[in-house]
Design a protein around this ligand. Structure first.
Ligand code: TRP
Length: 334
């Protein structure tokens, strides 16, 4: 708790280009949460280093993610949006928590198994302890709730386990975080394999809509989207392609499934795909325009980065000092 408000913590990695799935499933729903929660959102650049990055590109992408948060509607004066690497307490607490995390627990993480299979030539220790850094992120801010997708649930579980273990030995140091169960965002599937989640790391670029794709590209990708046999626009289990497009249409227009079925009654897939593409363009275009404006407002973004870095450091250091003291690390002489 911070004053009257509960604390909410989340973040995204600055790896790859964010997709429509990241926006409709997460970011979009974060915009109004600051009314109810004290919100912290990190650009998780330390986590990104678990896979090799090209420095110049990486630096640009991390800044771009920061700007995108703002362009998508997260007010940096009402939400603490900051770079993980600017708050040294993350790495420090991660070290301390490493000493309270078991190899066996980390070995069970499905994301570690998946990622090591994918990056067989670079299975580094950071990839293995990735969940411990994530635990540090969340626990430093004494977060009450964490909005995460199902793929991150196991990491939230281990965060809770580590926090409970620590609290059991040293008393109530950490708030035990819970998954945020508010309005859930849309789950957006791949446009090419609609039984698979849309992913920013998909090798087939036609499978994902990137937030910065231009209108023509978006329309073209929707026209090429894989649909199912038949030609009716119906929300039916044996039509994963059409269901996905309908979900996207609902998330971008607010129309219900019944309304969509009625709207496209007697019309073909082609017409429907075009309408979905246009609805997505009309949602992404204002964000892209704002993004371009913000890229010109360098000093504004810089001042937000500075202020929020300081705010994040203040809260993070408070927890870190408490942990250091509990552990018996020698006090600092001032
Ligand atoms: N691992 C998360 C992801 O890839 C990103 C992340 C890092 C995160 N630290 C976090 C999310 C803390 C929520 C809370 O999506």
């Amino acid at each position: 708790m911070l004053g009257e408000k509960k604390i909410l913590y989340s973040g995204m990695q600055a790896t790859g280009n964010l997709t429509l799935g990241n926006y409709l499933g997460a970011m979009k729903n974060w915009v109004s949460l600051n009314e109810e929660y004290e919100c912290f959102y990190g650009v998780m650049d330390l986590h990104s280093l678990t896979v090799r990055q090209t420095p110049a590109e990486f630096r640009k992408r991390a800044r771009s993610l920061y700007t995108l948060y703002v362009a998508a509607g997260l007010d940096p004066e009402k939400n603490c949006i900051y770079f993980q690497s600017h708050v040294p307490a993350h790495a420090e607490l991660a070290w301390l928590l490493n000493c309270f995390t078991y190899m066996g627990e980390l070995n069970r993480m499905t994301q570690f198994k998946d990622k090591s299979a994918k990056h067989a030539d670079n299975i580094n220790a950071g990839l293995f302890t990735y969940p411990v850094l994530m635990a540090a992120d969340i626990l430093l801010y004494q977060a009450d709730v964490v909005p995460v997708g199902v793929d991150q649930m196991q990491h939230l579980e281990i965060t809770r386990d580590i926090a409970e273990r620590f609290n059991h030995i040293y008393g109530d140091v950490f708030t035990i975080p819970e998954a945020y169960v508010g309005k859930v965002g849309a789950k957006v599937m791949s446009l090419q394999e609609p039984t698979k989640k849309m992913s920013k790391s998909d090798e087939n670029t036609n499978a994902s809509i990137y937030l910065l794709d231009d209108a023509d590209t978006i329309i073209r990708k929707f026209k090429r989207a894989v649909t199912d046999s038949g030609n009716e626009i119906l929300y039916a289990q044996d039509k994963p392609g059409i269901c996905n497009l309908m979900d996207i249409y609902t998330a971008t227009t607010g129309k219900s499934k019944e309304e969509i079925e009625k709207e496209f009654d007697g019309k073909g897939y082609g017409e429907f795909k075009l309408a979905v593409g246009e609805a997505v363009v009309s949602v992404l275009k204002p964000i892209q325009d704002r993004m371009k404006e913000l890229e010109q407002e360098k000093s504004y973004i810089d001042s937000m980065i500075k202020a929020n870095d300081e705010k994040a450091q203040y809260f993070a250091n408070k927890t870190l000092r408490k942990v250091q003291k509990k552990l018996g690390l020698t006090e600092r002489i001032r």
